[in-house]
Design a protein around this ligand. Structure first.
Ligand code: NAD
Length: 533
């Protein structure tokens, strides 16, 4: 029997944050509005104290923001891609210069630990550098071959779609305000961002910094509010990039379908970790802790179910519980705390309900399982469950919190079938010393990203490779070329040379068919030789 551990608590933040109430007031004035609006007070999950007040938009404000964005966009589309890149690279440098301010603000808005805020900064800087330097080449008109060599000259042009609406959740506010807008802007679009109300200040901070870096005013707008404001944006923008839950993804897809606009949907997950018999045990335990408890588990790619081979299950469980029990929890602006708070009340309620439901139906809590009001209103202990069965909510529903279930397995084929039974398919993690076997298994897991001997960051940070979900975890991809191209309309321009592909009018009857048949045979022969098929 494994003992429930004792988590060390750290006193709430004593040091003053780098941002001031005046800065928050100035930021709130940047919200796109027609006039006076109702205000919402935002509270910090760190200590429950008031963070600031933001106005909440109505649908007319969204229309105004989209109109303003649209008029700024037509000039932006003509700006050379290298000039766009210079602005984004200046933004990159400013971000690094001002990091103390934004790290504090993000922590106050979300309650996350310093390390998790730092991951946001890292990711945002990488995205800015990546798309600024790659987009000019990728957006150049691309010469392609016509069907018959020499008959046509053909190019593909990439045009901006217009106004991209970005709708985002509260879990990674800096990443969300940077990583979708930047490729959209690099492709020549304007952006209207609707963050979750809880993390509005970070979004406005990013908007202000982009303008300081040289982005034309009006090109990047922020609107505030909940689902109805999101719906108003889907009703007017030219493309929607949503990061959110699967039920919201379905609603947005339906609404976008009516308007025949494009969407990319980055949705939920129930991400598995598979620990094979030959895995490096200590590394796998550390990977499990990072994968399950980074950002207090409020991470789309977070690991929520861990399958461990029976031969190492007991040793793995013992070390995992020991190390999890020793995690330091607290609200600090430095690195003393290893796990922070949950961010919003409804998420806290879901986490508690999942644990209570599992325990009531017979699951065992190996460590954690309790709220920690002594640390802050929304703190919840990192929790490891075992004996979890299909009737429990935590078995198949996304928890999106610091709760992970441990399962023992003996047969790889059976465990693969269990892993792939989920309606989700976002991220997975495989641990083994046999990298060939790891890759072969990974390719059989239905998930958009699979990390070998790592939990989520290896694939996420591989910026040149795509990131997104199979099945109910989403549609479309962020990162890589696809992450840029989804924000473009592609146009084919072809010039006819010498004779028409449909045949010259002066050919005697019957000859066209004979010539085309001979040409098609030659084309097949040449293509097979060229492509080695
Ligand atoms: P949510 O779906 O409730 O809200 C996300 C955003 O959508 C918010 O800004 C919200 O106001 C807006 N929204 C809600 N209903 C809408 C509607 N009908 N039309 C338009 N906009 C609407 O999600 P949440 O609970 O705030 O965030 C957590 C979820 O996000 C989790 O399921 C998590 O897995 C997912 N997520 C996914 C990724 C990813 O990359 N796949 C990343 C982070 C979070």
């Amino acid at each position: 029997m494994i003992e429930t551990g004792r988590l060390s608590a750290i006193n709430p933040a004593r040091e003053a944050p780098q941002f001031t109430p005046e800065l928050l007031q100035q930021l709130a004035q940047r919200v796109s509005l027609f006039g006076e609006r109702a205000a919402q007070t935002l509270y910090s999950p760190f200590d429950g104290g008031v963070l600031g007040v933001i106005p909440i938009c109505i649908s007319e404000d969204v229309q105004l923001a989209v109109e303003r964005a649209r008029s700024a966009q037509s000039a932006w589309a003509r700006v050379d891609t290298r000039a766009r890149a210079r602005i984004v690279l200046r933004f990159h440098d400013l971000l690094l210069e001002r990091q103390a301010e934004i790290l504090d603000l993000t922590q106050y808005e979300t309650g996350k630990a310093r390390r998790d805020a730092q991951e946001e900064l890292l990711d945002s800087a990488i995205v800015a550098q990546f798309y600024a330097t790659r987009s000019p080449g990728w957006l150049r008109p691309r010469r392609t071959g016509g069907t018959f060599v020499g008959l046509t000259q053909t190019w593909e042009y990439r045009h901006p779609v217009g106004v991209v609406g970005v709708i985002s959740p509260w879990n990674y506010p800096l990443v969300m305000a940077v990583s979708e807008p930047i490729p959209a802007l690099m492709a020549g679009n304007a952006v209207v961002l609707k963050p979750d109300p809880q993390t509005t200040f970070t979004a406005l901070w990013v908007q202000a910094l982009m303008e300081e870096a040289g982005l034309p005013p009006g090109l990047f707008q922020v609107v505030t509010g909940g689902a109805e404001v999101g719906e108003a944006l889907v009703a007017t923008a030219d493309f929607i990039a949503l990061t959110g839950s699967t039920p919201t993804g379905r609603k947005v897809a339906r609404q976008a379908g009516e308007r025949l606009i494009g969407v990319s949907l980055e949705l939920g997950g129930k991400n598995p970790m598979l620990v094979l018999e030959d895995a490096n045990l200590e590394a796998a335990v550390d990977g499990a802790i990072h994968g399950a408890f980074a950002n207090a588990g409020q991470l789309c790619v977070s690991l929520e179910r861990i399958y461990v081979h029976e031969k190492i299950f007991d040793a793995f469980a013992r070390r995992f519980v020991e190390k999890t029990s020793a995690l330091r929890l607290g609200a600090t602006l430095d690195h003393r705390s290893q796990m922070g708070s949950l961010t919003v009340q409804r998420q806290f309620d879901t986490v508690r309900a999942h644990v209570q439901d599992a325990v009531a139906k017979g699951a065992r809590v190996l460590t954690g399982g309790r709220p920690r009001p002594d640390l802050g209103p929304l703190f919840f202990e990192p929790t490891i469950l075992t004996d979890v069965t299909p009737e429990m909510r935590v078995y198949s529903e996304e928890t999106f919190g610091p709760v992970v279930s441990l399962y023992k397995f003996s047969d790889v084929e059976q465990v693969l079938a269990l892993i792939n039974q989920s309606e989700y398919g976002l991220n997975a993690s495989v641990w083994t010393k046999d990298l060939g076997k790891g890759r072969a298994l990974a390719s059989r897991i239905q998930a958009g990203t699979v990390n070998i001997n790592e939990s989520y960051a290896a694939a996420w940070a591989s910026m040149d490779a795509t990131m997104g979900g199979f099945k109910a975890s989403g549609l479309g991809r962020r990162h890589g070329k696809e992450g840029l191209y989804r924000f473009t309309e592609v146009q084919t321009i072809a010039i006819e040379r010498f004779v028409p592909v449909t045949g010259p009018t002066w050919l005697p009857r019957g000859w066209y068919g004979r010539i085309v048949t001979a040409a098609l045979k030659a084309l097949k022969w040449l293509s097979r030789w060229w492509y080695r098929v």
